[in-house]
Ligand binder design. Sequence first.
Ligand code: NAD
Ligand code: DAU
Length: 351
Amino acid sequence: MEFKKRILVTGGAGFIGSHLVRLFVHKYPDYQIINFDKLTYAGNLENLRDVENAPNYIFVKGDIVSISDVKAAFETHGITDVIHLAAESHVDRSIEGPMDFVLTNVVGTVNLLQTSKDFWKGSEHVFHHVSTDEVYGSLGEEGFFTEKTPFDPRSPYSASKASSDHFVSAFYHTYGLPIKMSNCSNNYGSHHFPEKLIPLMILNIQNNKPLPVYGKGENIRDWLWVEDHVRAIDVIFHTGTIGESYNVGGLNEWTNIDLVHFLCRMMDDKLGRENGTSEKLITYVTDRKGHDLRYAIDASKLENELGWKPSIAFEEGLNRTVDWYLENKDWIEKVTSGAYQTYYTNMYSDR
Ligand code: NAD
Ligand code: DAU
């Protein structure tokens, strides 16, 4: 079959990437989706069992830091478009060791840009770079990040993502590479690796383990259901303007401590525990170094120009998420055995 587009999705075995691959494989049978992923600790082909035999899906194990891996994928599959999600994504890991973040997030992104520039001659291509609101730094109690907010990254993770965003922009301005960018707030949903706040708390509540809240729990995040994020990428990829960036967010701000209390109450109900049982597990621990106080996105450009809106309320999304974790014990077993135990001990014992 002659495919209309052959899209390289980097990081398609990760949390957001697997949701995006699933959406595109089902919605666009006339596109071939080439999932290019190194399968780091965060990449998991179990996330894609339901699409692995689809006729328009291919998995390629490869590293975006390797120019030969990237070139081989472009040559073998005649890549027409890129949706770039591969990254080292966890802030706490970036504080422990920034170099993997420089390599994958900066060098890997430049490799992809350079290869796209070398391969693409006509104008019918899109390089969609998926990025984060963390590039804008930290807000006080008021205000929102817009696309015009100056970059002010604070953590090694956000510095590496901001650098990658600058390179994407540079390839547009310098070489005319047809890029689009999106900067999204915190995602939640199924298949989320349990180093991040929501899945970590769900598993610890279920297992009656301490719930490690950093500092006083007063930091604020703007939570968006992952399915709404990948719908936004779909809309921007297809109808966004070349050279533009779009903020994506949920208008859904929560302090960490309120969110953990909310999850405790929801899970007490689901697990048949007396109300108030899980809240006793909350443990305040040493704060994250350089912890950004507040993120909040103004997504009005995306809403007004491209007609995107979040589709479900937070309580509904969180309900579905908790149910998914309670129903998928095998997935949890696999991702929490081995290296995860070492990570957890290093990060949380004596904190
Ligand atoms: P994730 O950590 O769950 O997945 C990252 C994926 O990238 C994994 O499958 C991993 O194997 C792969 N990968 C890592 N290094 C690679 C390399 N060198 N070569 C090829 N593949 C590699 O991340 P996520 O949470 O799904 O985030 C995806 C993207 O979205 C990232 O770029 C992240 O910065 C961005 N983002 C995430 C969020 C969020 O809340 N999770 C919000 C906004 C933006
Ligand atoms: O804003 C988008 C970003 O959201 C993405 O770019 C990142 O890839 C993604 O990891 C996420 O970053 P955060 O640092 O905001 O997410 P995390 O889940 O690690 O933490 C959310 C908040 O919860 C943060 O204020 C730190 C706090 N926290 C986190 C963990 C893991 C705790 O209090 N305890 C914890 O154990």
